[in-house]
Ligand binder design. Structure first.
Ligand SMILES: [Zn+2]
Length: 229
């Protein structure tokens, strides 16, 4: 009986440590600032670039004069290179989100993960002219294999502390409500620029942030604040 309990505890720990990007067990990640004395947040968008929704997200960000970070999937860059270039010309930050973003990424051997991450770096450099310093693992899963793979790179690994589960939300209102209920000073918000609800939800979120005295800052600035704390 005791053995079963211990095995269960170990299993729960293994699942939690891999699935929760903030666990920091295998890979040190930046997931926002816990105790931040100023009302600042950073916005991040995953899984683009997409031809329609990413452009709409860019328009909203431009309207509010806000800079964000886009964690791009390598294989989507070439077919959507015009959108990708717009992300750069609007002054946003790029991040690596692997080349294929396959569901089984976390099950790959370190050498295959390294290929996935390296290929995405190459693709981003081809169109942006530089390699990004930020990486976010597909689905936010971290494990010992990823830790080994990342030794070949000099990334800051980025997580989040506000996740609205926008990929399964019914509408924009649900997304914005979930984000707003979780926002705190120092938050890093995870959204997906491939989802059709994102542009509308983003407008509501930005309206709320400004009405409540928040400032949206780039990820680089948020990270430098943590170092000062
Ligand atoms: Zn993703």
């Amino acid at each position: 009986m005791v053995y079963i309990f211990i095995i269960l505890l170990v299993l729960v720990f293994l699942v939690w440590s891999a699935a929760d990007i903030a666990s920091g067990v295998y890979v040190k990640t930046f997931c926002g600032i816990k105790e931040c004395d100023e009302k600042v947040v950073s916005l991040t968008f995953d899984d683009g670039p997409e031809p329609v929704t990413t452009e709409k997200v860019l328009e909203v960000l431009k309207k509010y004069d806000v800079k964000a970070t886009f964690f791009c999937i390598g294989k989507k860059i070439e077919p959507n290179c015009e959108v990708f270039k717009h992300i750069i010309t609007f002054g946003h930050t790029l991040g690596n989100h692997s080349f294929h973003h396959n569901d089984n990424f976390s099950l790959l051997l370190p050498s295959r993960m390294r290929d996935e991450i390296g290929r995405c770096q190459t693709e981003i450099k081809k169109y942006a002219g530089y390699e990004p310093r930020f990486f976010r693992p597909p689905l936010g899963v971290t494990n010992p294999m990823l830790a080994i793979a990342l030794r070949s790179f000099r990334f800051d690994i980025i997580g989040w502390n506000v996740r609205p589960f926008d990929t399964s939300a019914k509408n924009a209102e649900e997304v914005s409500r979930r984000v707003i209920s979780k926002i705190r000073p120092g938050s890093v918000v995870l959204l997906h620029d491939r989802m059709p609800h994102t542009p509308e939800a983003l407008e509501t979120i930005l309206d709320w942030l400004y009405a409540n005295g928040y400032r949206v800052v780039p990820l680089e600035e948020m990270m430098s604040r943590q170092r000062k704390n």
